[in-house]
Write a protein that binds this ligand. Structure first.
Ligand code: ATP
Ligand code: MG
Length: 552
């Protein structure tokens, strides 16, 4: 059971009191970009409360602004909602309702609740007033319904250019709530709409389309974010005056947006980052769009769990990115099988083994979960270790390999470094070591203790792979991309992506499929990149390191 938040409490009361027989919600994205982690919260809430109460949730595309919208976004939104774990049997578009919205507008004109304003956009905006100064009524406010109807029909007929006329509600130019100062309901736009083509050259404004789509769909609980709080009186006014027979009257409830530290959660901001080439696209794994998180390797259950933990509150949330990472780490530490991979290989020749030495050593897939079984890892005379696990002249407390020192190879034997081999240029080329044959892990001699244990792969049997290591995209917890803010390059972390081109991974990973997650021992959690990884060229994304990426 999800915890009770104020919205779930209201819904429970409404069902108990009989105010509603069934819960109907909607998630209404504008298809002008990809969904992000903030949307996940709204999706989990809207689809979640519907499912918990045997109700329904619409996925409604708010496609009333044709210029920003794109079919690619429409497709991505649906895929992301489904991926997050929610079925979408009810998909609608605000544009489905254009004919009915037009009819409602005509009704409001006839009843004297709306008028056509022929003022310029500048004039309308100047006359709107401010928080401290009331607005000024339009000189066209008192046109007769007949004249308004004629003008509105001609707007629809294409007689006017963009901006020449608008339809406005007739409410109250002196209202302390600016949203009630005769808000614009329809504007002229001679553009192609992705769904309705050229059928319409007038488009409803957000508040009008949104409120009445809720009414037409029989939405019971219209859940939105806090910035719409002072639109609620307009929402109510439109329901009162739309002339629809409302079997269920929707109510609007606002909750606080979710913002994640060190990232941006706004489609417009993400679009800016793409345009400025700070990232490669909407699914760049450094972003927090749902497509990016999926590609990065975040299982959807982790995002749902993160949203549950974030809770639903009446105030805006700023959650540290480390919290998302820690939900991930907790789950993958529990669930991800272990594997060995060497990011920057250093070759070791085990000189006391015959050149054709080959054995397969059992390795547990999870140290705490024997039910996850084990695999056999090939071991031979030449292996690779992590180059950072050897130091020629280490500090005293260095617990890995040093000349003359010993270390345990994970799941294998203790080795001793006998000789450092250099190339012609004097650079470290390889190490010659010897194996203690009595020290095999799991065997009798396994009890002999040495300073450290390191990971390794067999040189001949391992496969090449590229690793992509991600760090926070922003240096600052709260990036500020507004004009007048520090230049983007000062806020973006230049080291947010590190490509490790020549890693070696154990052979069991050769067939690693997209969606699989592993803990590469000592390196972090990894998944094959869905775009770039293939059997002939493995590419792994690091989902998260073993310790926080965000520690100071
Ligand atoms: P953006 O600024 O990213 O474009 P938006 O609010 O304009 O966001 P919409 O497509 O209109 O995006 O959002 C669809 C729904 O998702 C709305 O109900 C909106 O309130 C909700 N939503 C958007 N961003 C967040 C967020 N950060 N946290 C919670 N809910 C959000
Ligand atoms: Mg928006």
């Amino acid at each position: 059971m999800p915890p009770q938040d104020f919205i779930r409490r209201i819904i429970a009361e409404d069902l108990a009191s009989g105010r509603h027989a069934r819960v109907v919600t909607r998630f209404p994205p504008e298809p002008n970009g990809f969904l992000h982690i903030g949307h996940a919260k709204s999706i989990c809430l809207n689809f979640g409360v519907a499912a918990e109460n045997r109700g329904v949730c619409y996925l409604r595309y708010d496609d009333t602004n044709p210029v920003a919208e794109d079919q690619a976004y429409v497709d991505a939104i649906r895929r992301d909602v489904n991926w997050l774990g929610f079925n979408t049997p009810l998909i609608t578009h605000a544009s489905d309702y254009f004919p009915r919205l037009y009819g409602i507008a005509e009704h409001m004109i006839r009843s004297g609740r709306a008028f056509v304003d022929s003022s310029s956009a500048e004039r309308i905006s100047a006359d709107r007033g401010t928080l401290t100064r009331p607005g000024r009524p339009s000189p066209f406010r008192d046109r007769s319904p007949a004249e308004n109807l004629d003008l509105f029909q001609r707007m629809r007929g294409g007689e006017f250019a963009d901006g020449e006329q608008v339809l406005r509600a007739k409410i109250d130019m002196a209202s302390p709530n600016i949203n009630l100062r005769d808000p614009v309901l329809y504007r002229v736009r001679h553009v192609q709409h992705p769904r309705t083509g050229r059928d319409w050259c007038i488009f409803p404004m957000y508040d009008f389309a949104h409120t009445l789509s809720d009414a037409l769909e029989g939405i019971t609980h219209s859940i939105c974010t806090l910035e719409f709080e002072d639109h609620r009186p307009l929402y109510e006014w439109l329901l009162d005056h739309c002339g629809l027979e409302l079997k269920t009257r929707p109510r609007q409830y606002e909750f606080g947006r979710l913002n994640l530290g060190h990232s941006v959660t706004s489609k417009r901001r993400v679009a800016d980052l793409i345009r400025l080439k700070a990232v490669d696209g909407w699914d760049d794994p450094r972003l927090v769009t749902l497509s990016a998180l999926r590609r990065r390797g975040y299982p959807p259950a982790i995002l749902r769990e993160f949203c549950v933990r974030a809770g639903v509150t009446r105030s805006e949330q700023m959650i540290g990115a480390e919290q998302l990472e820690s939900v991930l780490r907790e789950a993958l530490n529990r669930d991800a099988p272990r594997a060995m991979a060497v990011a920057r290989p250093l070759k070791i020749v085990l000189a006391n083994l015959p050149s054709d030495h080959f054995e397969e050593l059992p390795a547990a897939n999870h140290p705490q979960r024997p039910e996850m079984g084990s695999r056999l890892v090939p071991f031979s005379r030449e292996i690779h270790i992590e180059s950072t696990d050897f130091m020629e002249d280490p500090p005293r407390r260095f617990r890995r390999l040093r000349p003359g020192g010993e270390v345990r190879l994970r799941n294998a034997y203790i080795i001793r470094c006998d000789e450092v081999v250099r190339d012609a240029a004097g650079e470290l080329a390889e190490l010659r070591c010897s194996v203690d044959p009595q020290s095999r892990s799991g065997g009798e001699g396994a009890r002999r203790k040495v300073g450290g244990t390191i990971h390794w792969v067999s040189a001949k049997h391992s496969v090449p792979a590229e690793l992509r290591l991600y760090r926070p995209l922003f240096n600052v917890e709260r990036p500020d991309l507004d004009s007048g803010s520090p230049p983007l390059e000062e806020q973006v972390n230049a080291e947010s992506l590190e490509v490790v081109p020549s890693a070696r991974v154990e052979p069991s990973l050769a067939s690693a499929g997209v969606g699989g997650t592993w803990q590469f021992e000592r390196l972090g959690y990894f998944t094959p990149d869905s775009e770039d990884s293939s059997a002939s060229g493995l590419v792994f994304n690091r989902i998260a390191p073993l310790r926080s990426s965000y520690s100071a």
